[in-house]
Structures are given as C-alpha cells and as structure tokens.
Ligand binder design. Structure first.
Ligand code: GDP
Length: 177
C-alpha cells in the first residue's frame, strides 16, 4: 500500500540499538524493505529507513534509525536518541554476551532517551535453533522486570519482525493519541 506523503498523520522516530553483529541492520531492512542481504555492510552511510503503516485509520510514518556501526566504538551519541519515541533493543539468541549487555543498553536509554520511550527487546537469529545460548524464559523474565515488550525474531526468515515493529508502533500510537 502506498500512502500519499501529505496524508501522514504522525512521524514516529524509532532507534535500533544493541551490540554489533546481532542483526540490527537486517531486522530493520526486513521491516522497511522486506529484504535480507547476505553479504551486508559495514554499515556506513544510511542513517535511517522509513516505512509507512496505518494504525486505527491514521497514517504513521516510522522513521527507524540504525546506529551505522557507532556501537563498536561506544560512541552512540545522545543526538541519536533525541526525539525517539521507541527503541528496538536487539540481542543475538546464539551469543550470551549480547544478552548480558542488554541491561547496559537499557541504562543507556534511561540516561539519554525520553523517559516515556517504548522499548521492545528483540532476541534475533531465532532461526539458528541448534546454536541457542539464551533461553527464551531468561529474556521474558528480564523484560517483565524492566517493563519492556519482548519478541524473538529472525531477520533471515522474517519470522516475527513485522509483528514486533507493529506492536511497538501501536504502543507508541496509544501513548501519543
Ligand atoms: P548489526 O551489526 O547488529 O547491524 O548486524 P547485521 O545486521 O549486520 O548482521 C550481522 C550478521 O548476522 C550478518 O552476517 C547477517 O547476515 C547475520 N544475521 C542477521 N540477522 C540474522 C538472522 O535473523 N538469522 C541469521 N541466521 N543470521 C542473521
């Protein structure tokens, strides 16, 4: 569905964060373009991608920002978080360390983003079932304690990517409307 630019009711800025190589860029491309790129990046260049969706007859343009590799240098700046209404906090279900760092990313959000930011915790690479290192229950428990939404996704297959973004956008919509 293509929407006319001048009929956009809301623009929601969403940031994607998490450790390097967890699949942030691929999750974003899956949602924005329904693409998965096998030999991707190094992410230098594109700062954000957009996709327009309808929620309750309103036209919402999601402007979704990628760190562009800044997280490698611990250099994600407060400008990145400015104006963000939502965050996708991604870890890799096959790399325990990327989940252990999620608490740090939540602290980073609490420090730099708006206090009402809606956060969706994403366990990505759910297609790699034989390499799982993070039990789903660990993430469910963490998310409940921290007041985050949670989903496991595969950017590769597309599993749950759409529903996770739509859930986040709906929650933002409910907050602002
Ligand atoms: P980023 O550094 O967090 O942006 O991570 P990328 O999006 O560049 O992905 C890092 C690597 O993981 C790439 O080789 C991707 O092809 C791979 N990858 C990303 N998402 C998935 C996924 O859902 N499943 C699998 N099997 N690989 C993925």
């Amino acid at each position: 569905v293509h929407h006319n630019e001048d009929k956009i009711d809301y623009v929601f800025k969403v940031v994607v964060i998490g450790d390097s190589a967890v699949g942030k860029t691929q999750v974003l491309s899956r949602f924005a373009k329904n693409e998965f790129c096998f030999d991707s990046k190094s992410t230098i260049g594109v700062e954000f991608q957009t996709r327009t969706v309808s929620i309750q007859s309103k036209v919402i343009k999601a402007q979704i920002w990628d760190t562009a590799g800044q997280e490698r240098y611990r250099a994600v700046t407060s400008a990145y978080y400015r104006g963000a209404l939502g965050a996708m906090l991604v870890y890799d279900i096959t790399k325990r360390q990327t989940f252990d760092h999620v608490a740090r990313w939540v602290e980073e959000l609490r420090a730099h983003a708006d206090s009402s930011i809606v956060i969706m915790l994403i366990g990505n690479k759910a297609d790699l079932v034989d390499s799982r290192a993070v039990p789903t229950e660990d993430a469910v428990e963490f998310a409940e304690r921290q007041g985050l939404f949670f989903s496991e996704t595969s950017a590769l297959s597309g599993h749950n990517v759409e529903s996770a973004f739509l859930k986040l956008l709906e929650e933002i919509f409910n907050m602002v409307s």
